[in-house]
Ligand binder design. Structure first.
Ligand code: AMP
Ligand code: ZN
Length: 474
């Protein structure tokens, strides 16, 4: 079966054909975190959906070239640095670090690039795009000195969200600080500096200021992936205005179709409401770990529902995920035992291919990442092979070939094996502290303890040596 994906733009399932003429490279852009606090697990759902997509594409022999941006300047980050009384870069740094730790804990593959919005090269690219838009009459500087996109000059505006511009006119609320705009829907490309921004400012042809959020993604995507992308992802809340604006800005500059397939995941919900910072109904990964769950258990819980269906987050759901992983672990252990045990007596180089159900897993994922179908195939296989093992009807050869099948599909699921609860870089800090203590360098030891604490880890010195655990509630 050929891979099909649901394209938000056309609202239809479409066969996936990458732009690359040889047909193997896939250019993928995924909206990343705004680093003003720790990601909540709703954000992490989006990243896990994107990870599943990337891993499946790779299993199907595509070479994925992926960008995930980091928004390290916007209203919230500026506000955060002001109230903490520290420079913006200092304020965002620990949240950037925490974001990468979260990716590791959840076994999310790293993108090829993580550009930051405050990178001078990226700011220059944003300014250049805005200049092009002004030259094409698609943008204007208003009396408040900010630069806005002129949506009336871009007829396709609203097509991604299937949004009628006249509705925007009648229902749109005009914020007091946007009175200078020609149309209520015009969005800021460049925000003129004001006192609230403090030292956060860049020079531009329109005076000091900072880029709008939407232009950040258009610039970073085109800088690193070119003018046209195969796939652009995010959560459904990104569709409007963010992705709509990205299309207008990018196509306004290039006159080429920006993205082939727009893919959006549904929200993670709590009691029927979107999990979000503003509603206060959120958990971070650290909250979930502090309850005794592991990264791979959360990974599984966020992955097991189809990406276009909302997930209601519950602790029972976490228990079900734990149970499902236990079944997988037990099954793999049984197969290993069988394969090992008989292999000793009778080496079997000719590995059989798994039966029909084996390929069904990948076919299900080809169908717009139908994970429920794929997991259905897996658990049916587990049931059947366990039964065959019980009856002594599965030999080492078959056990081996099922193990190989499992290793292949786990390249997509990424749930194999027990948790290495402490990430490598934390282990390394712990080891450095042990060394410092052996050298009786107490100052260094304390510094390393503080460093670990700042990253959310607690060190205890026990009679069996140093123990590192996560600090609850960080
Ligand atoms: P932000 O840090 O707010 O820019 O969001 C990062 C990513 O998380 C975006 O792709 C959002 O669409 C996504 N997102 C935010 N809240 C949720 C949620 N409750 N469920 C799923 N995805 C979300
Ligand atoms: Zn974005």
């Amino acid at each position: 079966m050929r891979l099909r994906v649901f394209n938000t733009y056309s609202r239809a399932l479409e066969e996936f054909h990458p732009l690359d003429s040889a047909g193997r490279e896939v250019k993928m852009y995924t909206c990343g975190p705004t680093v003003y606090s720790h990601a909540h697990i709703g954000n992490l759902r989006a990243y896990i959906f994107e990870d599943l997509l990337q891993r499946h594409l790779e299993l199907r022999n595509y070479k994925v070239r992926r960008v995930m941006n980091i928004t390290d300047v916007d209203d919230k980050t500026i506000q955060g640095s002001r109230s903490a009384g520290i420079p913006l870069a200092e304020f965002t740094l620990p949240f950037k670090q925490a974001f990468f730790e979260d990716l590791d804990t959840l076994r999310i593959k790293r993108a090829d690039f993580f550009p930051e919005a405050t990178d001078p090269g990226q700011i220059a690219a944003m300014i250049e795009m805005i200049q092009t838009l002004i030259a094409r009459d698609l943008a204007y500087q208003a009396d408040d000195k900010s630069v806005y996109f002129r949506i009336n000059k871009f007829p396709a505006y609203g097509q991604l969200a299937h949004f009628d511009l006249s509705e925007l006119r009648s229902t749109g609320r005009v914020k007091s600080d946007e009175y200078d705009k020609e149309h209520v829907g015009d969005f800021a490309l460049w925000k003129a500096w004001d006192e609230e921004d403090g030292p956060v400012r860049w020079e531009s042809p329109w005076g000091p200021g900072r880029p709008g959020w939407h232009i950040e993604c258009s610039a970073m995507a085109t800088q690193l992936l070119g003018e046209q992308l195969d796939i652009h992802c995010g959560g459904v809340d990104n569709i409007f205005p963010h992705h709509e604006a990205e299309i207008a800005q990018t196509e306004g500059c290039t006159s080429k179709k920006f993205v082939r397939s727009w893919m959006h995941c549904a929200h993670l919900m709590v009691d029927g409401q979107k999990m979000s910072k503003s509603l206060g109904n959120f958990y971070t990964l650290r909250d979930v770990l502090a309850r005794g769950y592991t990264g791979r258990e959360l990974r599984y819980a966020l992955m097991r529902v189809h990406y276009r269906a909302p997930i209601n987050f519950t602790w029972e759901g976490m228990e079900e995920s734990r149970e499902a992983l236990r079944r997988i672990d037990d099954w793999v252990a049984r197969l290993r035992e069988k394969a090992g045990e008989e292999n000793v007596q009778r080496p079997t180089p000719n590995v059989q291919r798994p039966t029909e159900e084996g390929s069904g897993f990948e076919d299900a994922l080809d169908d717009d990442l139908n994970i429920s179908g794929a997991l259905g195939v897996l658990f049916e296989t587990i049931r059947e092979t366990n039964r065959a093992l019980d009856l002594g009807k599965l030999d080492a050869n078959e056990a081996n070939s099922w193990l190989q099948w499992w290793e292949r599909i786990d390249r997509v699921l990424g749930v194999s094996g027990e948790e290495n609860a402490v990430p490598a870089e934390i282990e390394a800090l712990g080891e450095a502290r042990t060394q410092a203590r052996l050298a009786k360098d107490w100052r260094k030891s304390d510094e390393l303890r503080d460093e670990l604490a700042a990253r959310g880890w607690e060190v205890r010195d026990t009679k069996d040596g140093q123990k590192i655990t996560r600090r609850a509630g960080v």
